[in-house]
Design a protein around this ligand. Structure first.
Ligand code: TYD
Ligand code: MG
Length: 450
């Protein structure tokens, strides 16, 4: 065993023999921290890679598929994110702010899959704390196997001897390996622990759920290293001040990465929200200016959201621009298009944009809604609350067509909206009972809305 001092980038895990101001591999500044590692080089060299191959060449057609092997967690929103359910031998990383509901969700999941004899390893909380949490959850499986342990090697040998088909590690930052002389949660510890669990997962076919913490800037701690290792990365989003939580898939080897799942944190654990539009529109205000309804697509679903804008005269010399849940640069672009093409001026005004419900809108089809909300607030004229706005805005002021237009119209109709404004070039073949107005230019759209 040899001891050596190395510097490791907190962001991507790159190693360097000396401290560097900027990481050459991920360009992060001031991210190197010193660690002393005692690495057993002899063991490291003989890395066990037998789970990947048996050192012989096989034909693609000879590999069996086992497609029907995903196991439903019976939490519909979670199943969808996972790509249908739990895949044996997979490694899922689930991240999110403290207190957002990671432990609760996985405890609920374990209760639903008692036939797989799940094992819940708690390295952060005591068994007593888990018991208190389980008292709040409905239909909890009282025969759930629990293990309070932080040593990775001990955990791994217990897992190997146990018949659990699903293992939850709460959390990957709280467990540590004897083989590395660094604090739990450090990059080298996280990497070592996750690698060991990955090998066990691939060798035994047990599925692992690793809970990971979020750093201050919102990314998973030790993100790059873990993202490479695991099959699926899912993240809890949303503001803890709201009662609902959004689960988003960031990487999935078995399914789409655009899916989101919506939950509400209730007094009895997390409850699925099968129709999120209803809660996002619940606080929809009557006849207020600066509010517009948009239809965004998240994965396979359409979600209706309220976008809000506030335009007020600037009280300081510099007009402020602030956006919550919408890309700032896209907002600046929309403002510039409105100034140039419609001759409305925001240069003497502060502009605030907010997407209701703590959602981050990453869909250019909401441009028209944002533009209309801005003008509505500036002129103090409310938009008809039964109108939905869909369309991307181009630099010349044209309203461009967007994907899945019929799906958006359908959802608007289902939720009782009376009219929808869509780009002129949209191809609509189905018959709808909602009034559809087609617009080609932003000027044209604004004239139709107001
Ligand atoms: P938790 O699952 O401990 O979060 P994490 O593991 O992500 O840190 O969630 C804890 C929060 O959820 C805590 O603030 C209490 C709240 N909560 C409820 O509101 N209802 C419940 O039934 C449970 C179990 C927790
Ligand atoms: Mg927890």
């Amino acid at each position: 065993m040899k001891e050596r001092k190395i510097f490791i980038c907190k962001n991507c895990g790159a190693e360097s023999p000396r401290w560097l101001g900027k990481c050459p591999s991920c360009d992060a500044w001031n991210s190197f921290e010193e660690t002393t590692t005692k690495i057993v080089y002899a063991e490291k060299k003989q890395k066990d890679l037998s789970y990947i191959s048996n050192n012989s060449i096989v034909k693609l057609s000879d590999i069996s598929e086992n497609i029907d092997y995903c196991i439903k967690t019976k939490i519909g929103e979670l199943d969808r994110i996972l790509g249908g359910g739990i895949i044996p031998g997979s490694l899922v990383l689930i991240g999110g702010d403290p207190g957002i509901g990671k432990s609760t969700l996985l405890l609920q999941m374990c209760s639903n899959i008692s036939e797989l004899n799940p094992l819940y390893v708690t390295a952060e909380e005591s068994l007593q704390q888990i018991k208190y949490r389980s008292n709040r959850i409905k239909n909890v499986n009282t025969s759930l196997q629990l293990l309070a342990e932080t040593n990775v090697e001990t955990i791994n040998s217990i897992i190997l001897a146990n018949d659990a088909k699903v293992v939850v590690i709460d959390s990957i930052q709280a467990v540590s390996s004897d083989r590395i002389d660094a604090a739990p949660g450090s990059i080298s510890q996280v990497r070592e622990s996750a690698t060991l669990f990955m090998q066990t997962a691939k060798k035994t076919g047990k599925a692992f759920f690793l809970i990971g913490h979020i750093t201050k800037d919102g990314s998973l701690a030790g993100p790059k290293i873990l993202e490479h290792l695991v099959d699926t990365v899912i993240q809890f989003e949303g503001d803890k001040t709201y009662s609902y939580r959004i689960l988003r898939s960031q990487k999935n080897r078995f399914g789409s990465t655009n899916e989101i799942g919506v939950f509400e944190m209730s007094e009895a654990g997390l409850v699925e929200v099968p129709n999120p539009s209803e809660i996002f529109l619940a606080g929809h205000s009557d006849n207020e200016s600066g509010v517009a309804i948009v239809a965004t697509i998240e994965g396979s679903r359409t979600i209706m959201l309220e976008v809000q804008a506030l335009v007020t005269p600037t009280s300081y010399g510099m007009p402020q621009r602030s956006s919550n849940g919408f890309d700032m640069r896209r907002l600046q672009m929309i403002l510039a298009v409105l100034e140039k093409r419609l001759n409305v001026h925001f240069s003497q005004n502060d502009v605030f944009v907010n997407i209701a419900g703590g959602v981050y809108l990453n869909d250019s089809s909401c441009d028209l809604g944002i533009a209309a909300a801005l003008i509505s607030s500036l002129k103090d004229i409310p938009i008809n609350k039964k109108t939905v706005l869909v369309g991307e805005i181009g630099l010349t002021g044209e309203v461009r067509s967007v994907s899945s237009i019929e799906q958006r119209i359908n959802e608007s109709q289902k939720l009782g909206f009376e009219n929808i404004i869509v780009p002129k070039s949209s191809k609509i073949t189905k018959k709808f009972n909602i009034d559809i107005s087609k617009v080609d230019k932003i000027a044209n759209a604004i004239a139709t809305i107001f």
